[in-house]
Design a protein around this ligand. Structure first.
Ligand SMILES: [Zn+2]
Length: 153
């Protein structure tokens, strides 16, 4: 049995309960066939336009939110700027490289929160996002392309 990026994307969409439309397949293939990445809607839109004309930014944005709702992506808001969509939905945190605007993964077991206030009445903590902001260019090794997710070990 052979698999192609398209059939992998189709299977992943079906497993998540999403109908595998042409545009969802194109986006899923770009997002999930390589290493984990953090991408904004505008970045992904620019990539997709190279292979498929006529896909609107709104479609990309809506699809990213559908993928997030289905558990395929995790949305990260760092600044007032555009959200990042993270293909790594496992427990982890992030460094934010302020000079380049990129995110670098930090394994979840490398960060701990020792004190938390009680959640407001009637609510429960669903997730804790920790963004560790760093300045300088020392964290960049020049090997990673924009949008590449790297994990510090
Ligand atoms: Zn990440």
């Amino acid at each position: 049995m052979t698999t192609s990026p398209d059939s992998d994307a189709r299977a992943r969409l079906r497993e998540a309960g999403l109908r595998p439309t042409r545009q969802r397949i194109v986006l899923a293939r770009r997002l999930f066939s390589g290493p984990h990445r953090h991408v904004t809607a505008a970045e992904l839109h620019a990539e997709v336009l190279r292979e498929e004309a006529g896909v609107s930014l709104a479609t990309v944005y809506n699809t990213l939110h559908q993928f997030t709702k289905a558990g395929l992506l995790r949305e990260l808001v760092v600044d007032a700027g555009p959200s990042f969509f993270d293909t790594n939905t496992a427990h982890h945190q992030h460094f934010f490289l302020e000079e380049t605007g990129r995110l670098v993964d930090v394994p979840g077991d490398r960060v701990s929160v020792s004190v938390l206030p009680p959640a407001p009445p009637g609510t429960t903590v669903s997730r804790i996002d920790i963004i560790i902001r760093v300045t300088g260019r020392g964290a960049e090794d020049g090997a990673a392309a924009p949008g590449d997710a790297r994990t510090l070990e």
